[in-house]
Structures are given as structure tokens and as C-alpha cells.
Design a protein around this ligand. Sequence first.
Ligand SMILES: C[S@@+](CC[C@H](N)C(=O)[O-])C[C@H]1O[C@@H](n2cnc3c(N)ncnc32)[C@H](O)[C@@H]1O
Length: 295
Amino acid sequence: MLCLAAVSIFRMATESIPKSMYMLNSGSSQVEHDRLNIQHHLFNDIMQGHLLPPHIISALDAQSTPPKILEMATGSAIWLTEVAKTLPAEAEFVGLDYDTSRFPPPSSLPPNIKLGKGDMYEPFSSDLLGKFDVVHVRMILFGVKEGRGLEVARNLLTLLKPGGYLVWVETGPAWFKFQQASWRFAKKVGSDLNLPNATLSYIKEAGCIECDDKAYPGSAVLYTDKGKDWIAQTNSNFKAFFEPTLRGIVSLGGVEGMATDVDVDEVIAMADQEFGNRKIHYMLLRAWGKKPEPS
Ligand SMILES: C[S@@+](CC[C@H](N)C(=O)[O-])C[C@H]1O[C@@H](n2cnc3c(N)ncnc32)[C@H](O)[C@@H]1O
């Protein structure tokens, strides 16, 4: 049994924390724990409530054995706790972090979630190797050293069964603040939060037939003959949209965290650093349907 074999790596939250470049653990454990939990719900809203990509959930549902899922850098274990609620009670969950001080008390966790100490740069305990259907990792950007992202990905792969999935979620601070402010504003003013996912169902329910949709990743053009100037073009287009959106939110009354022009100035400065000339990720969704001929 994985949960018994893994006990050797589980230690108490009081032990010393290895030195790291990661800076968000220097303050109060409780404050950081609460911040991570609030952030989780925002991320989850932004990702339309999909704790994992739907095709991975379908693969877990279809397999004959209960899923085994590990989260590296689990923080307050909020993602693990929420995903456990959606899977059978026989599923097993392991959360690892190099700093265990944000972990919830073991008594507050269901028996199928085990938390322990683990460093994403170090080899893992042999009883964890090749055991998991999914390895999830989220928001480790401040802990990943320059030039060592591939090493982290390779290390995480050692935990997966053949055919298992590695899922890695990141956002930059400026991009996150932008999404957070736009999401809060959309909620505040009553925008339709089901878009873009509901586009297809609206077209269908309006009476169309032969309906379908397709998602287009913004980066697809990079691999075509238009790829050369694509990053510069999308970055300048994005900047032209980023600042007016945030200034507009402030001028229409603002939201928590984006209430004044000073808040906007700070995020713009952060965005200049974060995006630079790098690729910006976004997705376009196109849905279509045909109005039926009169019968
Ligand atoms: C921003 S928090 C994200 C927590 C959680 N993944 C979430 O999304 O709610 C980043 C986490 O990475 C952990 N971390 C940083 N460097 C690490 C390392 N070398 N090995 C394991 N965990 C690390 C931190 O302790 C912290 O819990």
C-alpha cells in the first residue's frame, strides 16, 4: 500500500526548512495558508471549475484501479483536498512540499490524503517512484531556478506510472493580478461568467444543428511562416489591452486589489518585467452551428 510505504517521508511541521530562493514562506504560516486557499478558488474559477483537464478525469474514471495522485509543492494542500472530494474514496493522494508549515492539521484531512516533506530538486523516496496516475504542480515559478525547469519536470516524471499525466499550472504575478481583477470585476458587474465555455451550448439551445467548437491556442502561429514577428505583435496587442482594461476597472469603481491608479501603475510595471518579449499565452474559442432549413 502506497500510504503505508510513504510514511517514511512524512515528518512533523516543526522541523527546519531547507534554504531556498522561494520567498513567500517568510511570513506568518497562517496568513500564507489562507492566501493559498483564496488563490485556489480564484484559479479554479478562472479554469472553469476543472481541477484537472477533462480528458485526464475521463482517463482516471475509465481505469480499473482507484487513482493515485501526487501534488508536489502542495502548500496548504487545498488543490489536493478539493480534487479528493471529486474522486472515489479508494483513491490515494499524496502532497509533498519542502516546507510543511502550511499543511493543514492531519486530523482535518480525509484518511486517503497523506502529506509529507519533499523537495522537487531531490530524488524521491523509492516507494513513491512510478506509482502515480497524475502528478500535479502549481505556482512554483518563484521556486524554479533559472535553467532548471527541465530538471524539475524530469524529476516529477519519475513519480508517474507509464501512461500517467504530469500537470503543471503557472501564471506570472502581473498576469494573475490582471485575471483576478478582471474576474472580480466581471462578477461585480454581472458579466456572463460562463463564456467562453458556454458559447457552443448557447448556439445549440438557440436551435442550431451541426454544432461544434474548437479552441485555438495563441501560440499555434509560432510554428507557421508568420511565426517570426508573432511574439512582438501579440505582446504589443496585449499591452494595448492590458492597461486600458485595468484603468477602466478603476474608473468604474474598482475591485479589491485594483482600486486606484497606483494599483494599476504597479501591475503595469510588473507586467513590463514579466512579459518582456516573451510569449503570452491565451486561447480563442470558436463555436458554430447551422440554422435548420424549414421542414
Ligand atoms: C505559491 S505556493 C503554491 C502552493 C500550491 N501549489 C497551490 O497552488 O496552492 C508555492 C509552493 O512551492 C513550495 N516550494 C518552493 N520550492 C520548493 C521546492 N524546492 N520543493 C518543494 N516545494 C517547494 C513552497 O513551499 C510553496 O508551498
